[in-house]
Design a protein around this ligand. Structure first.
Ligand SMILES: N[C@@H](CCC(=O)N[C@@H](CS)C(=O)NCC(=O)O)C(=O)O
Length: 235
């Protein structure tokens, strides 16, 4: 039976980290809100009782409902061999994924530095200040951490000799930041050759290639997490 993935239908957002792992591994899933729309998603979420998700994305199969990107990916990793099997490696992988989640939250705070529910237009001067610090200090710090992690692994991937959900997530971070900060990425990328190599390897996975050719992969837009506001970019 196919998984049911619940996420906002018109953006890549955090749901994309789950989609990429599913697509890369060619695991069947239904992207439910693409059928029933935002209202259907809200109805599904609001009608749930008991152990409910706080927010999308969440994944459902056989009565099990899992939320939080890193938690969903940990489940998929263990269930479908997208993660190593020993405890130390599983914890390391989860640690990398949680650090990616921290990075994603900071990316969102760049265009919403003051108030999450207000428009970007209402917090532009603060966003400019946040973007400068993010570009100049946070991006190199995160990239350096992931580059060191990848270089410490004897295999071709972030961990192990086979791709895991952290590799597809890292791919999405690079794709998203290229869309959001094209000028900054151009100057930074040469310093992180291992990350770029892993990105390129993910792009060549058969499941990912098929996904990119399909209409399931939405384009980035300025409603998602990675937003291209040219005034926030610089070398
Ligand atoms: N830490 C959660 C964050 C989930 C989240 O913030 N989801 C967003 C969309 S990307 C949302 O719909 N939030 C609604 C809300 O926070 O009220 C995760 O990684 O899944």
């Amino acid at each position: 039976m196919a998984y049911k993935l619940w996420y906002w239908p018109s953006i890549q957002g955090r749901g994309e980290f789950v989609r990429l792992a599913l697509e890369g591994a060619e695991i069947a899933y239904e992207d439910c809100a693409r059928g029933v729309g935002e209202e259907g998603l809200m109805t599904d979420l609001n009608d749930r009782t008991g152990r409910t998700p706080f927010a999308p994305p969440y994944l459902e199969l056989d009565g099990l409902v899992i939320a939080q990107v890193a938690n969903i990916l940990m489940y998929l990793g263990e269930r479908h061999g997208l993660a190593p099997s020993n405890m130390a490696d599983r914890l390391w992988l989860n640690q990398l994924q949680l650090t990616i989640a921290d990075l994603v939250a900071e990316v969102h705070n760049v265009h919403h530095p003051v108030a999450m529910m207000d428009y970007y237009d209402d917090q532009k001067p603060e966003a400019e200040r946040a973007a400068k610090q993010f570009r100049e200090e946070r991006m190199p710090k995160y990239f350096g951490h992931f580059e060191d992690a990848a270089q410490a692994n004897p295999g071709d991937w972030l961990i192990d000799h086979k791709w895991t959900y952290a590799d597809t997530s890292l791919f999405q971070v690079i794709e998203g930041l290229r869309y959001m900060f094209p000028k900054r990425m151009k100057t930074l990328e040469p310093d992180y050759p291992t990350l770029i190599r892993i990105h390129d390897q993910v792009a060549e996975l058969p499941g990912i290639k098929a996904y990119f050719k399909s209409d399931r992969r939405l384009a980035f837009n300025t409603d998602g997490i990675f937003r291209a506001y040219p005034e926030l970019d610089a070398e």
